[in-house]
Design a protein around this ligand. Structure first.
Ligand SMILES: C[S@@+](CC[C@H](N)C(=O)[O-])C[C@H]1O[C@@H](n2cnc3c(N)ncnc32)[C@H](O)[C@@H]1O
Length: 367
C-alpha cells in the first residue's frame, strides 16, 4: 500500500448483522456517539437476552432471608445461577421463563425484577431519612421503591422525618404504580404519597419544596430497542426525539422549580440522543443563568461495573452508561440548585402547560 493510499473504507456500522436490524438513522447517530472500540459490543447488546437484576427489597423482608430463598430456587433449576451485582442486588442468569416472576420472593414483594441500569439513579440521588423527596415521573415504580427504602433506612434505624411524593401523569400507569408500591411495601410506610398529575405543573404548584428530586424522564427509549422485535423501535424517528426533548425541558424546568435552594436532583433517560440528554440540560441551565449547576455523582461499586462515558457534549459530570451484555444504555446527571428560580419562570409556558386530565391532584394514599 502506498503512503497516498487511503486504505480500505471503514465498515459502515450497518454491516454489523445486529445493527442492520435496527433503524438505519438510529444506528448512524449512535455510532457517532459511542467509542469505535465499543461498537460491536453495543450492536450485540440489542440482540442479547440480558440477565435481569433482582433488587432485594428491605421494605418487605430481610434481604439476607431473600438472598437465601433465591439461592434455594436457583438450586432447583439446573444451569440457573445468581451473582452479586451490588450489595442490595443480584443478577439472575439462565432461569427458565416465569420462574422468577412467579417465585414467592417476587410475588411477596421481597425481591423486585429490574434492569440493572435502573438501580443507578436512586443510588446517584441517595436520599436519606430526613429528606423530602419527589419522584416526578414514577410509574411503574421500580425507582420509587428504591427511594422509599433509602428514606426508610435500615429496619433498626430511628425513623426520620423524610417524605416521598411520587407523581405520574398517565392514568393506567398511575394505577400500575399504585399496585407496585402497595405490593412491594412502600405504601405501608408513613409519608409516601402518590399524585396523578402532570409533572410539568408541579414546580408551579409547590416551588422550592423538595430536598431531592428524581426526574426519570419519558423518552424515546432507545436503550430498550430489541433487534428481534421491530415493535420496540417502530415509534422511533428524529421527530419523536425532538418531541421528547420538548417535553423533557418542560419537566426539568418544573423539577428545578420544585427543588429547594441547596437541594439536588438527578435527571436521567434511557435514550442515547444528545437532544434528550446533554442538550436538554445545557439549554435549561443556560436559561437559569448559573442558578443551577452540575455536580459529581458517586455510584456504588458494582460487578460487573458498567462502562461509562463522562462529560460528553460539554456537560460536566454527566454520565452515559454504554450498552453491553449486562447494562442497558443510560444517561444520568446530578444537578444542584444554588439560587432560587426567577419569578419570570414561574409562569413560563414550560411549567404551566398540562394535559386536561392532569388538572386535579388525586391524592390516592396519604399515610
Ligand atoms: C421512564 S418512565 C419512568 C419509569 C419509572 N421511574 C420507574 O423506574 O419505574 C417515564 C414515566 O413518565 C410518565 N410521564 C409522561 N409524561 C409525564 C408528565 N408530563 N408528568 C409526569 N409523568 C409523565 C410516563 O407515563 C412514564 O410512566
Amino acid at each position: 500500500m502506498s503512503a497516498s493510499d487511503p486504505g480500505p473504507e471503514p465498515l459502515s456500522p450497518l454491516a454489523d448483522p445486529h445493527a442492520a436490524c435496527l433503524p438505519a438513522e438510529f444506528v448512524q447517530r449512535l455510532a457517532a456517539i459511542l467509542p469505535p472500540s465499543h461498537h460491536a459490543i453495543a450492536w450485540a447488546s440489542f440482540a442479547v437476552a440480558k440477565a435481569p437484576a433482582l433488587w432485594l427489597n428491605p421494605l418487605v423482608a430481610d434481604p439476607a432471608d431473600t438472598r437465601a430463598a433465591l439461592a434455594a430456587l436457583a438450586a432447583q433449576h439446573p444451569g440457573a445461577s445468581l451473582t452479586p451485582l451490588r450489595d442490595d442486588a443480584l443478577l439472575a442468569h439462565a432461569f427458565p421463563p416465569d420462574v422468577l416472576s412467579r417465585s414467592p420472593s417476587v410475588t411477596s414483594g421481597a425481591a423486585y425484577l429490574i434492569s440493572p441500569s435502573s438501580l443507578l439513579p436512586p443510588a446517584a440521588l441517595d436520599p436519606g431519612p430526613d429528606d423530602d423527596v419527589l419522584d416526578l415521573c414514577a410509574a411503574p415504580g421500580g425507582k420509587t421503591l428504591q427511594l422509599a427504602a433509602r428514606i426508610a433506612g435500615p429496619a433498626d434505624a430511628p425513623k426520620g422525618r423524610g417524605h416521598l411524593a411520587a407523581v405520574e401523569a398517565v392514568k393506567p400507569r398511575f394505577f400500575k404504580l399504585q399496585g407496585v408500591l402497595s405490593r412491594f411495601g412502600a405504601l405501608a410506610r408513613p409519608g409516601v404519597r402518590l399524585f396523578l398529575k402532570d409533572g410539568r405543573s408541579v414546580g408551579h404548584a409547590v416551588p422550592e419544596r423538595f430536598d431531592k428530586i428524581l426526574l426519570d424522564a419519558p423518552c424515546s427509549s432507545e436503550a430498550r430497542f430489541d433487534a428481534d422485535d421491530p415493535d420496540s423501535f417502530s415509534h422511533w424517528s428524529p421527530h419523536k426525539v425532538a418531541e421528547c426533548a420538548y417535553k423533557q425541558k418542560a419537566l426539568l424546568h418544573s423539577a428545578l422549580m420544585a427543588l429547594r435552594v441547596g437541594g439536588t436532583m438527578v435527571y436521567c433517560t434511557c435514550s442515547f440522543s444528545p437532544e434528550e440528554n446533554e442538550r436538554v440540560v445545557l439549554d435549561v441551565l443556560e436559561e437559569l443563568e448559573g442558578r443551577v449547576v452540575t455536580v459529581p455523582m458517586t455510584l456504588p461499586p458494582m460487578t460487573p461495573a458498567p462502562a461509562l462515558q463522562a462529560g460528553l457534549f460539554g456537560l460536566d459530570h454527566a454520565l452515559r452508561v454504554l450498552p453491553d451484555d449486562t447494562w442497558d444504555g443510560f444517561f444520568l446527571v446530578r444537578l444542584e440548585k444554588r439560587e432560587a428560580s426567577p419569578a419570570s419562570l414561574r409562569t413560563d409556558r414550560h411549567t404551566s402547560r398540562e394535559k386536561p386530565h392532569g388538572r386535579g391532584v388525586e391524592r390516592a394514599r396519604r399515610r
